[in-house]
Design a protein around this ligand. Structure first.
Ligand code: 13P
Length: 256
């Protein structure tokens, strides 16, 4: 049986946009992607804007995600935000294990795994990020790194949970550098991730899980990436901050 996966284009705003800037952006975005069908669109603002952005997007079909989470529901964890809080703020997705969190905030595979389990327990969808650094690619250990990160992130998940995940392959050397992975290189690693999921959970789960590419995605290179058989969308940083470029990527994924 052939399973058709709906592409998902998510904008990771990182630490950009105040509440008023976020609201102005989504009100414009609503109009820009109004006619687009068959592509899921998600924005991931900073925590401070989540609630108001969710309210502004209610009923539009555009989803809202957070960029991080802690794995406990509540408690004395100064500065942290729980899955429960994200859910009530209107989120349905949570980016987990982004390379910037791994690089600057000490996030390790075990935290990624705990966070994934915590958000799944609240019915939120994790967008689990994996990716190799330039020195790892150059020394030929890309697949080893991707295998370690993927298997550790998914540890202890059952098949149904794995099938509903979004995984984002973001080669660290392609993030914010303007150096996109070639269509073939991105497909190769994403095909490898799907094979890993298949080895862990079987072909049916692997056929359902959506795997995005991220790293310098722009309207100009999106169509080529999206045309690859295993690439189911994009996690977009810089180009997601501008309505024209973000909606251009959504349109490329929709083939319009
Ligand atoms: P850029 O699109 O700015 O390269 O960032 C990618 C990214 O980190 C998305 O999570």
């Amino acid at each position: 049986m052939i399973i058709k996966r709906k592409p998902i284009i998510a904008g990771n705003w990182k630490m950009y946009k105040t509440v008023s800037q976020a609201l102005a952006f989504v009100n414009e975005l609503k109009r820009a992607v109004d006619e687009i069908k068959d592509v899921e669109v998600v924005v991931c603002p900073p925590f401070t804007a989540l609630f108001q952005v969710s309210e502004a997007l209610r009923g539009t079909g555009i989803g809202v995600g957070a960029q991080n989470v802690y794995w406990v529901d509540e408690g004395a964890f100064t500065g942290e935000i729980s899955p429960l809080m994200l859910k009530e703020a209107g989120c349905s997705y949570v980016i987990i294990g982004h390379s910037e969190r791994r690089q600057y905030f000490g996030e390790v595979d075990d935290y990624v795994n705990r966070k994934i389990k915590a958000v799944l327990a609240h019915g939120l969808t994790p967008i689990m990020c994996v990716g190799e650094r330039i020195e790892e690619r150059e020394s030929g250990i890309t697949e080893k790194i991707i295998k370690t990160q993927t298997e550790a992130g998914l540890a202890g998940l059952v098949a149904d949970q794995a099938a509903g995940l979004v995984i984002a392959y973001e080669p660290v050397w392609a993030i914010g550098t303007g150096k996109t992975a070639s269509d073939a290189d991105a497909q190769q690693v994403i095909g490898f991730i799907r094979k890993l999921v298949s080895d862990l959970y079987g072909a049916d789960v692997a056929a359902k899980v959506r795997i995005q590419y991220g790293g310098s995605v722009k309207p100009q290179n999106a169509a080529g990436l999206m045309a690859q058989p295993d690439i189911d969308g994009a996690l977009v940083g810089g180009a997601s901050l501008d309505v024209d470029s973000f909606s251009g990527i959504v349109k490329a994924a929709a083939g319009v």
